[in-house]
Design a protein around this ligand. Structure first.
Ligand code: ADP
Length: 205
């Protein structure tokens, strides 16, 4: 059981999740990344990968024995039953991996960074939910600049994610990242002070 304050950070593609969590990490806060946990639980040699290979066949692995993520995405994309099967396997494994990493963290509070925080049971792990928010056109422009993608692809990815209004509804705290990176430095510093104070209170309580 993790007793340390856990701050969940989420946001749509290109909203600035990494920019935010990089800043907390630079302040010495442990950052657990749900995407990284999701990759770890299907690495070669894991029970997760063995179950996937048994279910979908060895063709789902590349020559080196790693999961072919693109092939898996194609398989489950238009097949809700297969997607459900995959999620009932991976979500608990990812949850356990996240719990292990949070338990190993030694900073006064920790961050759980996840694009799917609000869509999954991961939100239950977080004591505070922070949503990084920018207008949709800023999301498109920044993602295009970062990934060298066209606007159409970025909009498709956004359409598959939780709508902005719904995500904002799930927030305890919103980080408006429509300003400069210097503005973001300031906002993160302010929140870091607040979370340290909360963590201190929780420790005393
Ligand atoms: P996410 O992790 O949510 O997909 P990133 O943190 O990678 O988003 O941010 C998307 C892109 O926008 C990155 O290239 C990042 O450097 C840039 N970026 C983030 N915040 C700002 C900002 N306030 N001003 C300018 N560029 C930003």
């Amino acid at each position: 059981m993790n007793t340390r304050l856990v701050v969940g950070v989420t946001g749509g593609i290109g909203s600035g999740k990494s920019a935010v969590t990089d800043r907390f990490a630079a302040a010495g806060v442990a950052v657990v990344d749900a995407d990284r946990a999701a990759r770890l639980v299907v690495e070669p040699g894991t029970p997760g990968l063995a179950a996937i290979a048994q279910h979908f066949g060895p063709g789902i692995l590349n020559e080196a024995g790693w999961l072919d993520r693109a092939a898996l995405r194609r398989l489950v994309f238009e097949n809700p039953a297969e997607r459900a099967w995959l999620e009932q396997l991976t979500h608990p494994l990812i949850g356990e991996q996240i719990a292990r990493e949070l338990a190993a963290a030694t900073s006064p509070y920790c961050i759980l960074s996840s694009p799917l925080l609000l869509e999954t049971g991961q939100k239950d792990v977080a004591d505070v939910i922070v949503v990084v928010d920018v207008p949709e056109e800023v999301q498109v422009a920044r993602t295009m600049a970062r990934d060298d993608n066209d606007a159409e692809l970025v909009r498709k990815i956004m359409a598959a994610q939780m709508p902005r209004a719904e995500r904002l509804d799930g927030a305890d705290i919103v980080i408006d990242n429509s300003g400069t990176l210097e503005d973001l430095d300031e906002r993160v510093a302010e929140l870091h002070a607040e979370f340290l104070a909360r963590a201190e209170l929780a420790r005393e309580g």
